[in-house]
Design a protein around this ligand. Structure first.
Ligand SMILES: [Fe+2]
Length: 242
């Protein structure tokens, strides 16, 4: 009799994992993430230690701070892949970008000069200081170019603290939401944590990402992934299809 109960207890401790990251700054020397190839490889080792199998690199593309062209990103990717090959780390790599939603993005969309995720999605971010003047227009520009917009870390825009209506509108416009795992733990402050819970409890988180800028932050993921709110969110996210 005792053996049946102990078996049940053991099975209950199994937790879900995240194996595909669609938001990080692992490429060397082109934004505020890995500054050189050694740092990129440190990050890759951290991903391996955490059980990740696929990484989609998303360096910033921002006309004011990081004016990375598609060629710049592909060049950094080549350097990264060459070094990865030598280290023999079996993690699949894909490349995209995190586009700041401004006129420069519209210009790139018009030229069809963007790096999408899985030929289907486009990851974009808004200002942390003021809400976009016309979020609907941003969604439409991305959709008209043939992509589904993914909004990076909606929980981090503090001007939308507890603002269900604002998030509802963004969903209506067609944005999918990619939330940052560190937000769930409070590492990014109380407002991102509050909004992460709000979005998770509404079932509005479509993707989870690390938004990692260094190896240290990747090593923190395991404990964050085990949080109840993340475990509750994992079965319904779309990372598995990337
Ligand atoms: Fe990012």
């Amino acid at each position: 009799m005792a053996s049946i109960f102990s078996k049940q207890k053991k099975e209950k401790t199994t937790s879900l994992h995240l194996k595909i990251d669609l938001h990080n700054h692992i490429l060397p020397g082109i934004d505020d993430g890995a500054q050189d190839i050694d740092e990129s490889l440190e990050m890759l080792e951290a991903y391996q230690a955490q059980g990740f199998t696929k990484i989609i690199a998303t360096p910033h593309v921002n006309s004011e701070r990081f004016l990375n062209s598609t060629d710049d990103i592909l060049e950094a990717t080549e350097i990264f892949l060459e070094a990865k090959e030598k280290e023999n780390i079996p993690i699949q790599i894909a490349v995209s970008a995190e586009y700041y939603a401004d006129k420069h993005l519209f210009y790139l969309l018009e030229k069809n000069d963007v790096l999408s995720i899985a030929n289907k999605y486009l990851l974009c971010e808004f200002s942390f200081y003021f809400p976009p003047i016309d979020a609907k227009l941003i969604a439409n520009e991305i959709k008209n170019a043939g992509y589904i917009p993914i909004l990076a870390h909606p929980e981090r825009y503090e001007y939308w603290f507890n603002d269900i209506k604002a998030f509802e509108k963004l969903k209506e416009y067609g944005f999918l939401f990619q939330s940052n795992l560190p937000s769930a733990s409070g590492l990014l402050g109380p407002i991102p944590k509050h909004n992460f819970y709000l979005l998770a409890n509404k079932g509005w988180i479509d993707f989870l990402g690390t938004d990692a800028h260094n190896a240290f932050s990747i090593y923190l993921m395991q404990n964050i992934i085990e949080l109840n709110i993340v475990q509750k969110t994992l079965p319904r996210i779309l990372n598995y299809y990337l």
